[in-house]
Design a protein around this ligand. Structure first.
Ligand SMILES: [Zn+2]
Length: 95
C-alpha cells in the first residue's frame, strides 16, 4: 500500500511503498512513518497505564485475592484497550 509522508525537514511529500524508515527524495532526511509511530505510542500508552494500575499479586495473597486481582487485571486490560482505541481514533481523524 502506498502512502504519502511529508518530510519534516523540507515539507516535500514522499510516496512510500514499503513500511519502515524511508528517506526524503528531496533532502535525504529520514522520514518517520507516522502510522508506525502512532502504533508505538499506543502500545507505550497501554503499557504505561497497565504498569500504573495493574494489581500486583503478592505472595501472601489468598487464593481468592489472587483470583480477584487476575479478574481485575483482565478487565482493566480490556478497558485500557478500548480507551487506547478511542485515543487512536481521535488521533487519526482529520482535525
Ligand atoms: Zn526533505
Amino acid at each position: 500500500m502506498k502512502r504519502n509522508i511529508k518530510c519534516p525537514n523540507c515539507d516535500t511529500w514522499n510516496e512510500i511503498e514499503s513500511t519502515g524508515i524511508e528517506k526524503c527524495k528531496n533532502c535525504g532526511n529520514t522520514l518517520i512513518d507516522e502510522k508506525k509511530e502512532r502504533e508505538k505510542k499506543l502500545e507505550d500508552f497501554r503499557q504505561e497505564q497497565m504498569d500504573k494500575w495493574m494489581f500486583t499479586i503478592d505472595e501472601g495473597d489468598s487464593k481468592f485475592m489472587r483470583f480477584a486481582k487476575k479478574v481485575g487485571n483482565a478487565g482493566y486490560y480490556v478497558f485500557i484497550s478500548i480507551l487506547a482505541f478511542f485515543a487512536w481514533l481521535l488521533a487519526i481523524l482529520p482535525a
